[in-house]
Design a protein around this ligand. Structure first.
Ligand code: WT7
Length: 625
């Protein structure tokens, strides 16, 4: 079958496609033949999705044991590159399996049982995916919290998932967090800490009896741990993400479907073959690191670079030097990194040999044409296709992407076509499916294996967020445009979610953090275009005391957000707003705020519905103050 027909056939009959794919993995018990069922229609009862019903497997077995048993135990699994040049080492598949088993045995020793949550808060070192795989080995549900989140955010997530064990590193601020707060000390019974040699032990606020060192504790455990055979629909992990309202949501992913989609998307989008060298700059704190660093590459027997450094240290050529050193074949990164490197000049790229590269990938936000062309022409020497992968924490794996085969046209900045077996549709504002070229809302019509099954502890919110807006469809939150060729272009979020350097953050969360500050009466946050970050956070703040419109107050507010959420959520701009533009019913007119922020006050549009039109003039006067 030619590739286009093959893609269409998989979309017409996803169940058959996924069953065929799933048979490439090891199942301790095979699934039943009609393995899928789902409901997206709220009128017909609760939303659910189920894949590979009756099947039992273990993802760590498929990632590790399978390759060791096939004679690939000595093949490198992780190629570690630290921040300092020369701080590098290799872990083979056998090494990783042994360490995963030791950590798994340690976890079992703490009484961690199948289904129980374990929080992981670590920098991007090999032990992070190892800890994830160790949880998966025994059926514990990992919840990785990105190392850039503050201790408050970490604490909130630990409380929500009720985990009693935390795995961390002395390079992070966890121990301090846990020590200062009596509340978590009650709940968290054990902290496994990976020692960072640059942080003296005395500097760690250690709690004897609760806190233990990884190297001391894990080394003593046996290097084999029998995998827990998990039902296909048993939970694999939780990952918290931001939405347009309320507190972060614990997105739940399950075992079988996620495993198959992670493996298969790597196989096709990146054309991965066992032994390939792959480099992703993703962090396991986000979904990209889960699917395209921890799980997907290992499911394909690939060797992955694990880079724990800063891409501009010692200079802007670092990633290209890694690509040369390890002869990387597939390189997957984010537009924000490309835009920051692009500014520093082509010589950083060109001084390194990139002839090993075959496929380039982009993820996390729309990639502008300039960055795309630079990536394609300069970095990839014009010979490597760019796969611009659109997907989300909730989708678990690629949903839209060009296919790297020559039959698929490459269009700069275009997420292109659905992945095999994925039924995407474009809806109008009333929820009607649109055919042909045009603009609309991107939705998904039927279940796919790696879709989120629920939000931890809140199935109502899951339904309300993703299925109620357009009953019968999964609502992505993104707008899209379809061109003459049927290719799909992502136009950005249609809800109150901002994408800063590929990090998703809800405006409501930043507003909540600002208003927690005693001096802040009200706040309204919007996203504005930013040349490197894609979007930046722009905050309008109403102070309790307007005589405090000064830089000191600004700094206090920014520090407050840093503590409440993390450095990446700190507003780029704080614009004083003695009052906010509101409708007579009290709704903030964000459209007006966006125009003022971007200097387009001439195009404010209809402001006759404003309760107090003079607010606009006041805001314009205070711009840049
Ligand atoms: C949101 C999901 C997907 C893993 C990293 C982010 C935006 C993601 C693209 C792309 C345009 C993209 C969307 C999406 N996004 N990839 N290739 N082109 N936009 O995961 O934190 O769950 O964010 O990121 O707006 O909804 P996330």
């Amino acid at each position: 079958m030619d590739p286009v027909n093959r893609l269409q056939a998989s979309i017409d009959n996803p169940t058959a496609f996924w069953a065929k794919m799933a048979s490439n993995y090891y199942w301790q018990t095979k699934w039943v033949d009609n393995h899928t069922s789902y409901n997206f229609n709220l009128q017909k009862g609760p939303v659910f999705a189920e894949f590979f019903r009756g099947g039992r497997t273990n993802i760590s077995f498929n990632c590790l044991d399978r390759w060791v048993m096939a004679g690939r135990g000595n093949q490198p699994c992780f190629l570690f590159e630290g921040n300092d040049i020369g701080h590098a080492y290799v872990m083979t598949y056998q090494n990783v399996l042994d360490e995963v088993c030791r950590v798994a045995n340690w976890l079992r020793g703490q009484g961690v049982v199948k289904g129980e949550a374990v929080t992981i808060y670590m920098p991007m070192v090999c032990e992070l995916p190892i800890a994830m795989l160790a949880c998966a080995r025994i059926g514990a549900v990992h919840s990785v919290v990105f190392g850039g989140f503050s201790s408050d955010s970490l604490a909130q997530r630990i409380l929500d998932c009720q985990g009693k064990v935390v795995i961390t590193a002395s390079a992070t601020s966890t121990l301090l967090t846990l020590a200062v707060s009596a509340l978590w000390a009650v709940q968290v019974q054990r902290v496994l800490c990976l020692e960072d040699s640059s942080v003296p032990r005395e500097a760690c606020p250690w709690q004897p009896g609760r806190d233990v060192w990884w190297r001391e504790e894990v080394a003593q455990r046996p290097s084999y741990c029998a995998p827990e055979w998990m039902d296909s629909e048993d939970r694999l992990f939780l990952l918290y993400t931001s939405g347009s309202t309320g507190k972060p949501k614990g997105v739940v992913h399950t075992t079988g479907g996620y495993m198959v989609a992670a493996g298969v998307t790597c196989r096709y989008t990146f054309d991965m073959q066992p032994g390939d060298i792959y480099f992703s700059t993703a962090d396991c704190g986000w979904i990209t690191g889960h699917t395209y660093l921890a799980y997907g590459p290992l499911l394909n027997g690939v060797t992955s670079v694990v880079f724990a450094g800063v891409p501009t240290y010692p200079d802007a050529s670092r990633v290209w030097s890694i690509i040369e050193k390890h002869k990387v074949r597939i390189f997957y990164t984010a537009p924000t990194l490309l835009r920051s490197l692009l500014q520093m000049g082509d010589h950083h790229v060109k001084k390194h040999d990139r002839s090993s590269l075959r496929i380039l990938g982009s993820v996390g936000e729309p990639i502008n044409e300039h960055a795309w062309t630079w990536f394609h022409d300069v970095c990839g020497e014009g010979r490597c296709p760019i796969v611009d992968t659109w997907w989300q924490t909730e989708t678990g794996a690629h949903m839209l992407t060009p296919q790297p085969g020559s039959w698929c046209k490459l269009k700069p900045g275009c997420a292109s076509v659905p992945f095999f077996g994925v039924q995407t549709v474009m809806l109008d504002a009333n929820g009607n499916e649109q055919d042909g070229p045009g603009e609309g809302i991107l939705a998904i019509k039927s279940a796919w294996p790696s879709m989120a099954r629920t939000l931890h502890g809140d199935h109502d919110r899951f339904q309300a967020t993703y299925f109620a807006p357009f009953n019968g469809y999964y609502f992505t939150g993104d707008g899209c445009r379809r061109d003459e060729d049927g290719f799909i272009w992502i136009t950005g979020r249609v809800d109150d979610v901002i994408n800063v350097s590929g990090h998703r953050i809800g405006t409501a969360e930043v507003e909540g953090a600002l208003t927690e500050h005693a001096g802040c009466a009200e706040a309204a946050v919007i996203g504005i275009d930013h040349p490197v970050k894609g979007q930046a956070i722009y905050a309008y703040v109403t102070l309790v005391d307007s005589t405090r419109h000064d830089d000191k107050m600004r700094k206090e507010l920014m520090d407050h957000v840093r503590r409440a959420i993390g450095p990446f959520a700190v507003p780029e701009v704080v614009h004083w707003a003695p009052a906010l533009p509101k409708t007579r019913s009290g709704k903030i007119m964000r459209r007006v705020l966006r125009k003022i922020a971007s200097g387009e006050e001439k195009e404010l549009g209809d402001i006759s519905t404003l309760a107090e039109p003079s607010v606009v003039d006041t805001l314009l006067k205070l711009r840049g103050v």
